[in-house]
Write a protein that binds this ligand. Structure first.
Ligand code: PHE
Length: 337
């Protein structure tokens, strides 16, 4: 029996010497319930009374040694696994990273937000109106009755005889005044439509930003001061503005407003086509008829309104010479802004 025990010990220990051995398998084979050592112990009963304690002690020693070896092998394998993991999962911080491309605002939206920020800074709030609009708000309430020649320059798309795609953001003026008594100080950016052929400076869909201020004692001086502040903030401190007489049915007097060319400073260049000035908007004092139609007493209140093309301002800002570029969604073009 002694030999068997020594043999088990030798075999088990040498099996455990292999660094990559399956420890659990070895444990079951030698120390498990049906293991070799256990079956030897079962034969203890057959031994004489003197032999029994001797063999018992030897068997215990063998078990203890195997268990000890198992424990140390387990520790070793654990250590080895950890080291392997450290090597395999190592992160090389010097490998160049994968660049993620992030999206950004379309230049039109970017410029629109800049414009909004400037006016919000001057105390304006933003009002919205529908793009599918009644003829009434787009024309009639703005002092443009049926058959008025001003309709020709703003031919648009009709849904029915009196529902159309708005040709300007000015209907929002009427919608706001109808609901709210002065003081009013709003801007309204948004899409507008006209039945124009596409070319370098026309599109059937474009964007405007409308402005409206109505209160007691509002004058053209307020309009001028406010537009000058806007122009200087948008295009630079040196920018000048100039009013040219014009006609809009819903303002009286009316003006077209130019800014001094911010590329050449007024000397004349390609951007301003040698003029020194760039037209950016239409404006004027709200016509008494419009105030009255919308329920505001023109004897008590006065106001000014203006409307500018966001495409125009964006093209100026970035020196874009063809409007179509803004709608083609060519990523190479858009990435530049
Ligand atoms: N709605 C006018 C246009 O589209 C611009 C404008 C707005 C003029 C407000 C005067 C006052 O041409």
């Amino acid at each position: 029996m002694k030999e068997t025990l020594n043999k088990i010990k030798a075999e088990a220990l040498s099996a455990l010497d292999d660094a990559s051995c399956n420890i659990e398998e070895i444990r079951i084979k030698y120390l498990g319930k049906k293991g070799e050592l256990t079956s030897v112990l079962r034969m203890m009963g057959q031994l004489s009374a003197e032999e029994r304690p001797v063999m018992g002690q030897l068997a215990n020693e063998v078990r203890a040694q195997i268990e000890e070896k198992i424990a140390s092998m387990q520790e070793l394998q654990k250590q080895k696994k950890l080291e392997e993991a450290l090597v395999n999962e190592k992160i090389d911080v010097t490998i160049p990273g994968k660049k993620r491309t992030t999206g950004k605002l379309h230049p039109l939206n970017k410029v629109q937000r800049e414009m909004e920020d400037i006016f919000i800074g001057m105390g304006f709030s933003i009002a919205e109106g529908p793009e599918v609009e009644y003829d009434y708000y787009n024309f009639q309430a703005l002092n443009i009755p049926e058959n008025h020649p001003a309709r020709d320059t703003q031919d648009t798309f009709y849904i029915t005889d009196n529902i159309l795609l708005r040709s300007q953001t000015s209907p929002v003026q009427a919608r706001v005044m109808e609901k709210q008594q002065p003081p009013i100080r709003i801007i309204s950016p948004g899409r507008v439509y006209r039945s124009d052929e596409v070319d370098g400076s026309h599109s059937p869909l474009f964007h405007q930003l409308e402005g409206l201020v109505v209160d007691k004692g509002i004058t053209m001086g307020d309009l001028r001061g406010m537009l000058e502040t806007f122009a200087k903030t948008m295009f630079g401190e040196k920018t000048q503005i100039r009013f040219r007489p014009h006609h809009f049915p819903f303002t009286e007097p009316s003006a077209e407003v130019d800014v001094s060319c911010f590329v050449c400073g007024g000397k004349g260049c390609r951007l301003c086509k040698g003029e020194g000035w760039i037209e950016i908007l239409g404006a004027g004092m709200v016509h008494p008829n419009v105030l009255r139609t919308c329920g505001i007493d023109p004897e008590v209140y006065s106001g000014f309104a203006f409307g500018m093309g966001i495409e125009r301002i964006t093209m100026c800002q970035y020196g874009i010479d063809d409007m179509r570029l803004l709608y083609e969604n060519n990523v190479k073009f858009l990435e530049q802004f």
